[in-house]
Write a protein that binds this ligand. Structure first.
Ligand code: PEP
Ligand code: MG
Length: 786
């Protein structure tokens, strides 16, 4: 590593300012002088991590440049414009950038920069901006974070000035104006770094990007990292359990392109040689070496990191590291040198050198929970108000804080869905799965980081969002075939029934086409929530009859699509916080923990008038001939709940002896009271493992802080289920599962082994579950005859 040579160019009172500083002279305390990116690299260098050699043109140098040359005043005057006037904004940006680019750098700065360049080895370098401004919530306030690769000695000064000028792009000016942030309070430093001619490169999350749990994720591709960061290539994906140090999952992608250095030093995109396209990029040994580096970085900052890395001549290099911003509690990164860097890896600029690639701002990259499978490209439509829904066109990608039932028509048109909030059982996740629209939920600040109109690629399996278009071409036939099936299209015959969950009537046809043996759970709350009114407000505004009709129509379309296969319809179960968002929500209770509150059968028994309207809808459906409709009660505690509900059923004329009805087992109390529950006269129980897990383990299913503790396969949960299945078998009561865990192979194995009657997974998992069930059944048969 080269050591420092710093000239003094400006004297400001007592402090001497250095035009350049070497990384080993920099630490987190220098944030204001060198910017977040450089401070972070300096910190990592100081911690002995393998960072390529670099020097930094400090923020003071930029400041002294504009002051000594006298362009500071005209510069700040030029950008004092009304940023809603786009013409004025464009002119302001042009004028400001011109001032910087066309003013000569003072000779002393020039000499120092070139001397440092020569000391580094007189080879092409990477030049990156590193903005400095305290308290900036987002680097976009500061500038576009430009990066120029393969910069030669001749171009060095010009590139440094281009980085300075990037403080005055239209977007940067606009952001600062809109947020009342003074233009002269933002400075910029520039990092000049040795280029690593990477043979392989990529990114690494040192901990799980949404939960922060001990799972590292590495993405890797051939060549320079730009192909991964810009989204030009689908990288290999490696998932590592950090506790056991085992590589849990290796997904080798078909890597069609790679970025390399061209003959003149420029970055070019090239096809990957045929034999390497499907070759695994990282060996186990390399993964462990990378992980070790990642762990050291995480340890150093004491917060999970998002690391850009490269491998060259068998050496691992660390190119950049930032706190993972998609994990709850960004304060975890407070005090780190990365503070000013709130963007994820891809947020670094595009590449611009030698004209080989366009300079792009905001190559955004995000992670969340992959909640509906598939990889798609589309144009971002940020939907922050319902009246924005019209702008969502066929093939767009909806980006919203959270979806609501009113959005379903737009979600149907969309190619993909991304939300800031939500987990696997959120509205967005459920609806997107059922519509077959790939989705990433819980991406934390997608609505902030993505820009309306930009093209992105979303991967609903991996839960990632990349900049640019990067999907294999899809033919019309592929689209008609729906999601890719990993098994043959022939439905396997199984003794255990495999049903399907449905939450929105719009998904009925698609769900029925899976060949499922019926619907194991039809949630009616989506039908009610889509009216945008609470049940009582709806009845107040439109009358009881209309409310009953609303339910009848929603259920009928599903019952019709599946007839004569059974459709298990659950009475209303939405927590009060969901109702509170609707018209009439002000009359709903405000609860400290809605998951433990006024929902499911508790609410229904407390509001028998409203509950009986739901029951009347069932009665009408039976009258209409839908004898395949079954009635299911949610969140029961014990037999007492069931007997009270049964009495209300009888009051509206439903004969429990003639109809199939049952309850969800989703509280430990109901599991432990199963004997009495069976004796209440039910025909079936269905495990709601989302709730059963949350209540057994005391882990709020919506709380990201404890998400890594949410384990439906926990022995305590399985033991409750085992006991319930045993008792139900004795009482000839059918058993089923309709929680999210029904889609997990280990759960399927366990339940088939225990003798469950049916399994009801999500639409996208039906075919896999059918095959898994068949496999277990065959094993059991073989065992019994051997
Ligand atoms: C469950 O709890 O597992 C379940 C299926 O019900 P919901 O997710 O609607 O609470
Ligand atoms: Mg539930």
């Amino acid at each position: 590593m080269a050591t420092g040579t710093s000239l003094i160019v400006v004297e400001d009172g007592t402090n001497e300012s250095m035009p350049t500083l070497w990384l080993d002279e920099i630490g987190a305390d220098d944030l204001a002088r060198v910017g977040g990116k450089a401070a972070s690299l300096g910190e990592l260098t100081g911690a002995g991590l393998p960072v390529p050699s670099a020097f930094v043109v400090t923020a003071d140098t930029y400041r002294s440049f504009i002051e000594a040359t006298g362009i500071d005043e005209p510069l700040f005057e030029a950008v004092d414009v009304d940023s809603d006037d786009s013409q004025a904004l464009a002119e302001a940006a042009e004028r400001a950038q011109e001032l910087i680019l066309e003013t000569d750098t003072p000779p002393s700065v020039r000499e120092d920069l070139l001397a440092a360049y020569d000391e580094m080895g007189d080879e092409d370098v990477a030049v990156r901006s590193s903005a400095t401004a305290e308290d900036l919530p987002d680097a976009s306030f500061a500038g576009q974070q430009d990066t120029y690769l393969n910069v030669s000695r001749t171009d060095l000064l010009q590139r440094v000035k281009e980085c300075w000028a990037s403080l005055f792009t239209q977007r940067a000016i606009y952001y600062r104006n809109e947020n009342d942030f003074a233009h002269d309070a933002v400075d910029i430093a520039v990092v000049v770094q040795q280029m690593v001619d990477a043979e392989k490169s990529g990114v690494m999350f040192t901990s799980h990007p949404s939960t922060g749990g001990p799972t590292a994720i590495i993405e890797a591709a051939w060549g320079l990292g730009e192909a991964v960061v810009s989204g030009a290539v689908s990288p290999d994906n490696y998932i590592i359990d950090r506790e056991t140090e085992t590589i849990d999952e290796v997904t080798v992608a078909d890597k069609k392109v790679m970025c390399v250095r061209g003959e003149d030093g420029e970055t070019i995109e090239r096809s990957v040689p045929e034999e390497k396209r499907n070759e695994r990029v990282l060996s186990d040994e390399e993964i462990h070496r990378l992980l070790e580096v990642g762990e050291r970085v995480e340890e150093h900052y004491d917060t999970p990191q998002d690391v850009e890395w490269a491998v060259y001549e068998d050496e691992v290099y660390l190119l950049q590291s930032r706190p993972i911003t998609t994990i709850d509690d960004p304060e975890g990164s407070a005090g780190s040198a990365n503070e000013a860097e709130s963007q994820p890896p891809g947020a670094k600029s595009g590449v611009a050198d030698g004209g080989a690639m366009e300079s792009q701002s905001e190559a955004v990259r995000l992670s969340g929970i992959g909640s509906a499978p598939g990889r798609v490209t589309g144009v971002v439509r940020i939907v922050d108000k319902l009246d924005n829904l019209d702008k969502v066109e066929d093939g767009d990608i909806i980006v919203a804080e959270m979806t609501t039932p009113d959005m379903v028509p737009a979600m149907k048109r969309a190619n993909g869905i991304i939300t800031d909030e939500g987990g696997m059982t959120s509205h967005a996740a459920i609806v997107s799965r059922e519509l077959g629209v790939p989705a990433v939920v819980g991406a934390e600040d997608a609505t902030q980081k993505l820009r309306d109109g930009e093209t992105i690629t979303l991967d609903g399996d991996k839960g990632t969002v990349e900049k640019g278009a990067n999907v294999p071409e899809t033919t019309e036939e592929d689209k008609d075939a729906g999601p890719v099936e990993t098994h043959s299209a022939v439905k396997p015959m199984t003794g255990t029934e495999v049903k399907v969950n449905v939450s929105i009537p719009e998904a009925a046809e698609r769900a029925a086409a899976t060949g499922a043996d019926g619907v194991g759970l039809l949630r009616i709350e989506h039908m009610i929530l889509s009216t945008d009114k609470t049940p009582s407000r709806y009845v107040e505004d439109h009358g009881e009859r209309a409310y009953v009709d609303e339910i009848v129509e929603g259920v009928r379309s599903v019952a019709e699509a599946f007839y004569p296969r059974p459709v298990r319809v659950r009475t209303l179960d939405a927590p009060s916080d969901e109702f509170r968002q609707l018209q009439g929500g002000e009359d709903e209770p405000s609860e400290h923990n809605p998951m433990l509150g006024y929902r499911g059968i508790r609410r229904s028994l407390d509001r028998p008038g409203e509950f009986k309207l739901e029951l009347r809808a069932f009665e009408r459906l039976y009258d209409l001939g839908y004898d395949n409709v079954e009635l299911m009660l949610p969140l029961v505690t014990d037999a007492e709940d069931i007997l009270r509900a049964k009495a209300l059923m009888q009051e509206v004329g439903i004969d429990p002896e003639k109809r199939d009805w049952g309850v969800m087992v989703e509280t430990p109390a109901s599991a432990l009271s199963i004997e009495g529950i069976c004796e209440a006269g039910i025909d079936f129980v269905s495990f709601g493992t989302n709730d059963l897990t949350q209540y057994t383990l005391a882990v709020d299913r919506n709380n990201g802080n404890v998400a890594d503790r949410f384990d439906e396969l926990h022995p305590a949960v399985l033991e409750l289920m085992r006991q319930v299945i045993g008792t139900c078998r004795e009482h000839d009561v059918a058993t089923s599962i309709c929680g999210q865990a029904a889609s997990k192979p280990q759960m399927v194995d366990f339940l088939v082994d225990e003798g469950v009657t049916s399994i009801s997974p999500n639409i996208d998992a039906v075919r896999d579950v059918q095959h898994e069930v068949k496999r277990v059944e065959q094993r059991l048969l073989l065992e019994s005859v051997r």
